[in-house]
Design a protein. Structure first.
Length: 148
């Protein structure tokens, strides 16, 4: 499942974007993938997970209730909120070394969170953050000057 999200992350990177990818599975079947589109679309809401959910289209609650959201990076508060809003019961995280999002909130609301600590996911983000610190700070709603 992570491979689908990683492919989306690589596709985003290949078009000059932030290398975060996501995939939505329902009953083990791939429904959609997405990647961060901040750069490509000048979007403030199309994080990988949001883009993936958008690409999946409108779904009934019963579908989300059987879904697994996969993301190469720990989901931020916005994407955590979307997963909670739609009642997605499982979130698989590629890595949370470079950023820790709303994992505790997800768990506190009964969502099963699995962190894979995947080396390729870590490498994608580590290289990106080193090369584009301001863009990364913008994506997570931080002021670059506040970052170490
Ligand atoms: Zn996000």
């Amino acid at each position: 499942m992570l491979q689908s999200a990683l492919e989306a992350a690589r596709a985003g990177a290949a078009t000059g974007g932030i290398p975060i990818g996501s995939a939505l599975f329902i009953d083990g079947r791939l429904v959609a993938t997405g990647h961060n589109r901040r750069v490509q679309d000048a979007s403030v809401i199309h994080h990988a997970e949001m883009n993936c959910l958008e690409n999946a289209g409108r779904l009934p609650a019963a579908d989300y209730a059987r879904a697994t959201l996969v993301t190469t990076l720990s989901p931020c508060d916005m994407c955590t909120g979307a997963a909670l809003l739609y009642g997605i019961p499982r979130v698989i995280v590629g890595e949370n070394r470079t950023f820790v999002g709303g994992e505790d909130l997800l768990r506190s609301r009964g969502v099963e969170v699995t962190v894979l600590d995947d080396p390729e996911c870590v490498e994608l983000m580590t290289a990106f953050i080193a090369a584009h610190p301001a863009l990364w700070a913008e994506d997570i709603g931080e002021d670059e000057s506040d970052r170490p």
